[in-house]
Design a protein around this ligand. Sequence first.
Ligand code: PLP
Length: 379
Amino acid sequence: MNAALATALLPTYPAPNVEFVDGDGVWLTDAAGRRYLDFAAGIAVVGLGHRHRAPLAAAHAQLDRLWHSSNLFASEPAPALAQKLSDRYGGAQAFFCNSGAEANEAALKYARKATGKPGVIALEQSFHGRTTGALAVTGQPKKREGFEPLLPGARFAIPNDAVSLRAAATRDVGLILLEPVLGEGGVIPLEPSFLEEAAALAAELGALLAFDEVQTGVGRTGSFFAFEQLGVRPQLVTMAKGLANGLPIGCLLVADDVAGAFSPGDHGSTFGGNPVVCAAACAVCDTIDEELLASVRANGERLAAGLRTLPGVTEVRGAGLLVGAVLDGPAQPVVDAALDAGLVCLTSGPDVLRLAPPLVVTAAEVDLAIATLTEVTST
Ligand code: PLP
């Protein structure tokens, strides 16, 4: 990265070593012209791959007509996207914003207004975003350190531990917020029996059940929503990352049967529902079909099987193309060595290597990634 630029940015991220200037499908090119296989997809964002023609053409067409007029006026793309998401969910209303954290903030406010209760049960190791509400319900004390007191009322249960979930329950709980797969906290899939217990508990408490599908949604796990494979339908769903293939968007979906808590003036966002972003997101939704989802499932299994053969891997877990390999040592050195070898990947917690390639990745590209990781972990 340009050194002058780096010094003017607040240092909220470690200084990067590589500057990417071009992307095409599952490949990135750096400033020196070197190509990299992208198994990070901009942190599980660029689901259709870089410069996919469908969202690119839709965004271009909208850019040429109108960029922004605000939610004070009607525009075509936002209601069209809301209808597509409602159809995928099976009857819901959408609120659009600009990020995953904002989508979770909207869910926190919605549950508060709908139930009148401030308590939230979330999970240890969860991640819901960096804004003060989303951070308050993020089960990673290190990330909250230095910023407390945050929004009060959050309590944390152990993932997949129904006893601990029940122990966290009090009458003032208005929201149970769960990631179907804990994406930043070690790639931990939640078990259907735990989710069933969470749904039962929410009903007993008069609370809403929300799934944070910011990372798992939009096809990442092999179905449009991860919940479709888990036997539990949450009343609220938050989405972001893959929805517009890299343009900023967040979304809160509210099931029709719990609709009606928000009235005009209760919530809003200047940029939320932006026509260019929503046009791109409509194209993303139209592109994710059963053929692509089947390929996500097949290549996810191929990737997991390959990871199991690597030295130093003690467990492989995840869903679809959100895969974590638990290592017997720290994951960052493996990510750094892989980058040097031309493969972009991610960590998820200290000892988990996380792979989240574009959903359009091919079997040959999966094999190439495994070959690179084999080389990297064998030296
Ligand atoms: N929720 C989950 C499950 C996430 O993985 C993330 C980001 O990694 C967020 C929320 C926050 O999203 P954003 O960074 O867009 O605010």
